[in-house]
Write a protein that binds this ligand. Structure first.
Ligand code: SF4
Length: 340
């Protein structure tokens, strides 16, 4: 669960029930600074003179506000639209794409006007009838660690449970799933867990749930009938990588119930980086051990018009062969969506 160091309530946000609940939860905690803004200039209240400290202070700041523009962004290829419940994330993963997306103050922001957001969601679904419309809840965030006091996901999953043609998905590196287990989801929400070996999590994914906590949470949601998937990403090649990724897959196999009604999905993404991301990472994590030596990688132009440094061809083939074989051998009811 995300326990912020400071909470900034934007003007008028306390009219909403969710904001009141957040205030009640934290107002007596002497370690948490509560700031009520009369303007929307929240950035002035987040300290830090350079990117290094701004990043760390921002990551411990929760801004409570409303989503004013209710125009949802497209979210290809994983969904039709982003669903803007939360932006930012408490995690400090060294390779995270949000490092380059969220500027110099990567605070967490929750939108308390959830009813307006879901009303708008309904309109987007109706526009595409009779087709199904998919919404992604984690395009710019990991919403799960706020769930114990926002209940945003719970409301959203309930909404989609009652929607004939709307579907919802999100991905997480956390384990705060307990309040979602009794929600009437009707199989309309897919929860994916981003997992990795303990070595990679300990080395690069700071302030996230451990490998075993994520696995435990994934088993709970799978048992309660949610569509469940695993995003194994980013995959790194390092000494013993095959043994450790095999151990991870074996642990999933051992823990997964045998009688699931749906296939477990796997998405596997090898580590890659852009020059912009590398420069940003080196500012925020000057001591990083992330393997980002351009000479050891292949430069590849991507579909979004910029280039990335990916593993060379032989290493990519090794990654693909290893995961395809291992997943095929270990799991019966599964779907490998892609290995890239
Ligand atoms: Fe980024 Fe996900 Fe890590 Fe959060 S948990 S910092 S969104 S990679």
């Amino acid at each position: 669960m995300f326990i912020p160091k400071r909470i900034i309530f934007e003007k008028d946000s306390l009219k909403y029930e969710m904001a009141q609940e957040i205030l009640n939860k934290f107002k007596d905690n002497a370690n948490i600074e509560i700031i009520n803004l009369n303007s929307n200039k929240y950035k002035e209240h987040i300290p830090g003179n350079d990117l290094f400290s701004q990043y760390r202070e921002g990551k411990r700041t929760l801004v409570v506000g409303t989503k004013k523009s209710l125009k949802f962004q497209a979210c290809k290829p994983s969904a039709h639209y982003q669903l803007p419940l939360v932006s930012g994330c408490m995690g400090q993963c060294e390779y995270c794409y949000l490092n380059t997306q969220l500027g110099d103050k990567p605070f967490v922001r929750v939108h308390v006007n959830i009813d307006d957001i879901l009303d708008k969601t309904e309109k987007y679904i109706n526009e595409r009838l009779p087709d199904i419309t998919m919404f992604e809840g984690s395009a710019t965030s990991d919403p799960l660690p706020l769930e114990p006091y926002t209940h945003s996901l719970q409301k959203t999953i309930e909404f989609f449970g009652n929607s004939e043609k709307g579907r919802f998905r999100f991905v997480t590196k956390y384990n705060d799933v307990d309040s979602l287990l009794n929600v009437e989801h009707n199989g309309h929400t897919e929860i994916r867990f981003s997992i990795n070996t303990s070595f990679i999590i300990n080395q690069y994914e700071h302030i996230t749930a451990s490998r075993d906590k994520r696995i435990e949470a994934s088993m709970k949601v799978a048992e309660t009938g949610y569509l469940t998937g695993f995003l194994i990403a980013p995959v790194f090649i390092y000494p013993n990588w095959k043994e450790e990724y095999h151990d991870l897959l074996l642990e999933l196999k051992r823990k997964l119930p045998n009688d699931l009604m749906f296939p477990i999905t796997f998405e596997v993404i090898s580590h890659r980086y852009t020059t912009v991301a590398k420069n940003r990472i080196l500012e925020i994590f000057p001591e990083t051990k992330l393997p980002m030596s351009d000479e050891e990688r292949k430069f590849k132009f991507g579909q979004f018009g910029y280039g990335k440094y990916v593993y060379p061809k032989e290493s990519m083939e090794d990654i693909k062969e290893f995961f395809r074989k291992d997943i095929e051998q270990l799991f019966n009811n599964k779907e490998i969506k892609y290995i890239i």
